[in-house]
Design a protein around this ligand. Structure first.
Ligand SMILES: [Zn+2]
Length: 72
């Protein structure tokens, strides 16, 4: 299984939406470590996810903190 490289504050898209009313697939990485903390870009809540689950649910990279692209 390939390791997914993400940096702090990267914006990413997950395969499954956050189970909030916004159903957002977009998250921002707010903590990196053995576990990751992702902030839902819909509701702003932060979810804790293990590296293994993150690797399974990661879909694509949207933007790094150096080149933030606003698509709204
Ligand atoms: Zn949410």
């Amino acid at each position: 299984m390939a390791l997914i490289k993400v940096d702090l504050y990267d914006e990413i898209e997950m395969k499954k939406p956050h189970p909030c009313i916004h159903k957002s697939h977009r998250f921002q990485v707010v903590m990196l470590g053995a576990d990751l903390k992702l902030q839902c870009q819909g509701c702003g809540n932060i979810v804790l996810i293990s590296r293994i689950k993150f690797n399974q649910k990661f879909k694509k990279h949207i933007a790094s903190h150096e080149t933030i692209i606003f698509t709204k």
